[in-house]
Ligand binder design. Structure first.
Ligand code: NAD
Length: 248
């Protein structure tokens, strides 16, 4: 299937991270004009990523803003103008067992991982609906589907992302706007490399495919959902986890 996104404008939140940067590259290779968001504190790393994209022949703009802030999202989206494709990929972890979890750890994760999806979607959905075409892809996680020790905050936020997806999909289906979730399993990235080696080994044993995913595996799924040809797929969750958690 040839995916042609020429003439489309895409905003990818967390677009400079391990997974987001491959999503940006893939959308740009499909012809979209891509804007990569990042946290303001990540701007130096984002500029390095921008140079890596340039070395691949890809021109991707940077738009740092805090996805946890409703007004910050409104202002940034106003600066960008028309957005046809929104990929909500910004995410953080603040792990602790519940009995030790502090309110700040709970709030930070819910604000960045879940409030952000409202904050960005709220400002793009009307324009997409008026134009009769839009794609919103929300990045959840296998741990939002099955729960994970030490991640009550993260699992709740990522399960909430899919609830949001299903509800908004129902609201926008008649307008040519699809809303879907991609739920990555464990992806070879700094987030996973930070997990102690013995635990990482045990996680790997639980992945039937026998390997961690690559950011490209997620980028391929996201780009597929953004394609013209995927217009009848909405409200879906696409797990990309090497068989680690199989459900329907
Ligand atoms: P990463 O840490 O490499 O990148 C995170 C990105 O989010 C960066 O661009 C960062 O600047 C941005 N970000 C963080 N806080 C922000 C804020 N307040 N405002 C704007 N941007 C902010 O993470 P990653 O491993 O690429 O993960 C990307 C997404 O995939 C996340 O939502 C994560 O929960 C999800 N995920 C990752 C894995 C994995 O194995 N890495 C597995 C499942 C799900």
């Amino acid at each position: 299937m040839r995916i042609d996104l020429a003439g489309r404008v895409a905003l990818v939140t967390g677009g400079t991270g391990a997974i987001g940067s491959r999503i940006c590259a893939e959308l740009a290779q499909a012809g979209a004009r891509v804007v990569a968001n990042c946290a303001e504190s990540d701007l130096d790393a984002a500029r390095q990523q921008q140079r890596r994209w340039q070395a691949e022949g890809l021109e991707i703009a940077l738009e740092p803003f805090d996805v946890a802030g409703f007004e910050a999202c409104a202002a940034a989206i106003g600066r960008i103008g028309r957005i046809d494709i929104l990929v909500n990929c910004a995410g953080i972890t603040r792990d602790a067992p519940l009995r030790r979890m502090q309110p700040q750890q709970w709030q930070d994760v819910l604000r960045v991982n879940l409030d952000s999806v409202f904050n960005t979607s709220r400002h793009v959905v009307e324009g997409m609906s008026e134009r009769g075409w839009g794609r919103i892809v929300n990045i959840s996680s296998v741990n939002g589907q099955k729960g994970q020790f030490g991640q009550t905050n993260y699992s709740a936020s990522k399960a909430g992302v899919h609830g949001f997806t299903m509800a908004l999909a129902a609201e926008t289906a008649r307008k040519g706007v699809t809303v879907n979730t991609v739920s990555p399993g464990y992806i070879d990235s700094p987030m996973i490399r930070a997990v102690p080696e013995d635990i990482r080994g045990r996680i790997l044993e639980g992945i039937p495919a026998g390997r961690f995913g690559q950011p490209q595996d997620i980028a391929t799924a996201v780009t597929f959902l953004c394609a013209e040809q995927s217009g009848f797929i909405t409200g879906a969750n696409l797990p990309v986890n090497g068989g680690q958690f199989i459900s329907f």
